[in-house]
Ligand binder design. Structure first.
Ligand code: VG1
Ligand code: CO
Length: 545
């Protein structure tokens, strides 16, 4: 085996964001760009030397080229064995599971998640540590530091590895297993949920479903699970073939981007009873009923309230966590169940310690992500199966389950307004201004809403005491309404301002308003306080979820 030491010059922009390093494909195609970042990972993740690495991606453009490069670099950096998905495909939750099941030293996931793909789209790399979860900030900071002064990387000179079928081969001493991307993951799902009961829903004609894989990674997983193992109806999986450009679509499972699915669910009496979608790398989910949308924050709360009805969670749940901007619907459930509820910064990496320390069983984010202690990532298909299992046990529709939840716990009207690709300095100045005024807002009144608390959110991890600050400016009102502002850490063009707005309503008579109407006053308040229109020169958000 010939190892080459390649001389390189560092790039200054390899700082990972909320979920790994995300850039335009064209950035990754710059000379040595990918190699520099990967070498920095190998240098910091010392356990990989002599250890097992899990490797795969969401199938987007540049996935297979990157995998070939990483395999050659892994061999040169002393990795003992790599398990790589067939065709280079592995979903984010599947990687997390494989790391845990096979006691790997870590995993590399090639994905820019819900961002569009193709030659003009985005690409990304995430590293997950041995607990199966996203690398914590301490690790990603060390990788970034290394990348800033990197002057050489190691790579073997060898032929490309065949990825189109399962087999075992070697680069020098390093063993490569090209594995079934789906098998282990599907088995895990079968352990957590009552597949017989869900199957009966389909075979007895009680339920029809439509799952939109958005031409991204979940297609092969969904076909195996819904069509083969659960005998779901014809057309249960649409857009099921992963494509390098996601069929030209935007693989983000929300009402704005999953248009085909939404149209099917709103098609009147012939519509499927249950709809769902997942994102590029399979960790997000959207849940729909006939002509009915389940807000992701509500979904988390409903799961928490019903988990004990499902085989994998029948012992009950020990605690829950949500990110700061996720609505406080799950807090109400935790309060009544008498379990702990943690509020963390945005990003799955903050849940890892709480799960490892057995403080929580379920966790979730408003951004269409939920998960449990079965792995250390959010998990799209897991959430879909959770809902199917709930429907089977409760014998209620998606809408009935959600409405009865609101009747019991109250409803949190919730929306997120995104202003995309705004000038970075403008966005920074807007947030900076909010930080400054945050110290003076408490006690002030805005269209009848009195501010109870306003601050720039920071978090001390209760397990390792690590401290994270500047995670979003939050305004909490006396009536429990909240407004939160933060900048995205996953975008690749300018800055994205996210404004999160919620209002808690207990009276069931008031649970039927359109969300934007119910929140109209607070939306106005949010715009006025932050001076969004004048500062950003925008009349309306680009995406509303
Ligand atoms: C977004 C979401 C966040 C999520 C992250 C990764 O981050 O808001 O909740 O954890 O994406 O999701 P940001 O910084 O752009 O708001 V995914 O599906 O990329 O892995
Ligand atoms: Co994702």
């Amino acid at each position: 085996m010939k190892i080459n030491q390649i001389t390189t010059t560092p790039y200054a922009d390899q700082k990972p964001g909320t979920s790994g390093l995300r850039k335009k494909v064209t950035s990754f195609q710059q000379q040595h760009y990918l190699e520099n970042f990967v070498q920095s990972i190998f240098t910091v993740a010392t356990g990989l030397k002599g250890g097992l690495l899990i490797l795969g991606g969401d199938g987007r453009y540049y996935n297979t080229q990157a995998i070939q490069t990483i395999l050659k670099m892994a061999a040169a950096n002393g990795v003992k064995k790599v398990m790589v998905g067939e065709q280079g495909l592995l979903s984010t939750p599947a990687v997390s599971h494989l790391i845990r099941k096979y006691k790997a030293a870590g995993g590399i996931i090639l994905s820019a998640s819900h961002n569009p793909g193709g030659p003009d789209g985005d690409f990304g790399i995430k590293f997950n540590i041995e607990n199966g979860g996203p690398a914590p900030t301490g690790f990603t900071d060390a990788v970034y530091d290394r990348s800033k002064s990197l002057d050489e990387y190691l790579i073997t000179e060898t032929e490309d590895i065949l990825l189109d079928r399962q087999h075992t081969c070697h680069i020098g001493e390093m063993q490569i297993d090209v594995i079934d991307s789906v098998y282990d993951y599907a088995n895990l799902m079968e352990q957590l949920f009552d597949f017989d009961k869900i199957k009966t829903l389909f075979t007895s004609g009680l339920l029809t479903m439509c799952f939109d894989a958005m031409h991204a990674i979940t297609g092969p997983y969904a076909k195996e699970i819904f069509e083969k193992r659960l005998s779901a109806n014809i057309e249960a999986v649409i857009n099921g073939i992963p494509r390098e450009d996601f069929g030209g679509g935007h693989p983000d499972p929300n009402l704005a981007h999953a248009k085909e699915l939404v149209a099917r669910l709103n098609a009147g009496p012939t519509a499927p009873d249950f709809g769902a979608a997942s994102d590029g790398d399979g960790d997000r989910n959207m849940i729909l009923g006939k002509n009915f949308f389940v807000n992701p924050s509500d979904s988390l709360a409903i799961m928490a309230a019903n988990a004990h009805l499902l085989p994998g969670y029948q012992q009950g749940i020990c605690g829950v966590a949500r990110s700061l901007p996720t609505s406080r619907a799950v807090d109400k459930v935790a309060e009544i169940m008498g379990i702990d509820c943690y509020e963390t910064p945005t990003g799955w990496k903050y849940f890892g310690n709480l799960l490892d320390d057995k403080r929580i069983t379920l966790c979730g984010e408003e951004s269409f992500g939920s998960g449990s202690d079965h792995i250390r990532e959010k998990d799209g298909l897991w959430a879909v199966l959770f809902w199917l299992n709930m429907i089977a046990v409760k014998e209620q529709s998606v809408e009935e389950i959600t409405r009865s939840h609101w009747a019991r716990f109250g409803r949190h009207y919730y929306t997120r307004h995104d202003y995309e690709a705004i000038n970075s300095e403008t966005a920074e100045a807007l947030i900076q201004n909010l930080r400054e005024i945050s110290t003076k807002l408490a006690g002030t009144e805005h269209s009848g809403y009195k501010v109870k608390l306003c601050d720039d959110f920071s978090y001390t991890d209760p397990v390792d005491n690590s401290f994270t600050e500047h995670q979003g400016v939050r305004i909490v009102f006396e009536d429990e309404s909240r407004i939160i502002y933060r900048l995205s850490g996953t975008g690749t063009e300018g800055a994205t301002l996210r404004v999160y707005i919620e209002k808690y309503v207990t009276d069931p008579e008031l649970h039927d308003l359109p969300t934007q109407t119910a929140l109209a006053e607070l939306i106005n308040i949010a715009n006025t306080i932050a001076e969004i229109k004048t500062r950003c020169n925008r009349d309306a958000p680009d995406v509303i979820t």
